[in-house]
Design a protein around this ligand. Structure first.
Ligand code: SF4
Length: 253
């Protein structure tokens, strides 16, 4: 009995030591990842991509917790994780034929006076020219993309179930893109995110050149539009525009 107790105690001590060592290793690793991520964000370069790719997503929660503990804003870290996910998905995305790819644009890129109607396939741009979405939409479709203007969060899942895209480009604010990329990961679809230049619910901005850079991945040069695209236009100062009428998302079919 005495021997059994001592064996039990020794086993518990070893387990305890292993747990402490593991915790120290994970916190140390999270601190290392945080430092590398901050350096990458500051210098605009991805350092140690292999280590970052394999460890960052494993310890993302812990890295964010450390950020919050030190009072650091974790939004930059979310942007960094989007860049990391883009670089991880790039190769797989490039191999997807363009007709199997889809682009999801946020409705907030539209003008506040947008006359477009809501349809079961998203918001149907009327090409009124009040925003630059219409030009980009046309060019992406000419390249072979299926393009949607997203009226609400459940819409993307519905279109994925309907069309089964092999690759997705998601445009949106940081949190939307992060959520979209997580959804793509869960569905096993290579997703590429482009974050808007300005957050908000109406008349946001995106760098269309960035969207087209991603859209051109893996495509022959002839299929890519060559002229530069300006960011979506901002409303004139001192000329506040009326808000777009609220449009409910249609119920799933
Ligand atoms: S161009 Fe812009 S504002 Fe005009 S209908 Fe299309 S999305 Fe709406």
């Amino acid at each position: 009995m005495l021997i059994e107790n001592s064996l039990w105690n020794q086993t518990m001590i070893i387990i305890g030591e292993i747990a402490v060592l593991l915790a120290i290793f994970l916190v140390g690793m999270a601190l290392f990842l945080l430092v590398v991520a901050l350096l990458s964000i500051r210098n605009g370069r991805l350092y140690f991509p292999r280590i970052m790719k394999s460890w960052f997503f494993l310890l993302e929660g812990l890295v964010k917790a450390i950020c919050r503990f030190f009072g650091l804003d974790d939004r930059d870290l979310i942007s960094f994780s989007i860049r990391l996910q883009n670089s991880m998905n790039k190769k797989a995305f490039e191999t997807v034929p363009v007709e199997k790819r889809a682009v999801f644009l946020p409705q907030c890129l539209r003008s506040a006076r947008c006359p477009a109607n809501l349809t079961p396939e998203g918001i149907a741009c009327k090409g009124c020219g009040l925003c630059t979405t219409t030009d980009a939409l046309g060019e992406l479709r000419r390249m072979g993309y299926r393009v949607f203007i997203v009226p609400g969060s459940s819409f993307i899942k519905r279109m994925v179930q309907k069309y089964h895209p092999g690759g997705i480009i998601g445009v949106g604010c940081t949190l939307e893109v992060k959520e979209g990329l997580t959804l793509c990961d869960q569905l096993g679809i290579p997703g590429m995110g482009v974050v808007t230049l300005k957050d908000g619910c109406v008349e946001t901005l995106v760098n269309w050149n960035e969207v087209f850079e991603v859209a051109a991945l893996g495509l022959p040069p002839g299929s890519i539009p060559t002229h530069p695209h300006p960011p979506a236009r901002e409303p004139a100062a001192g000329n506040p525009l009326p808000s777009a009428p609220a449009q409910p998302e249609p119920s799933p079919k």
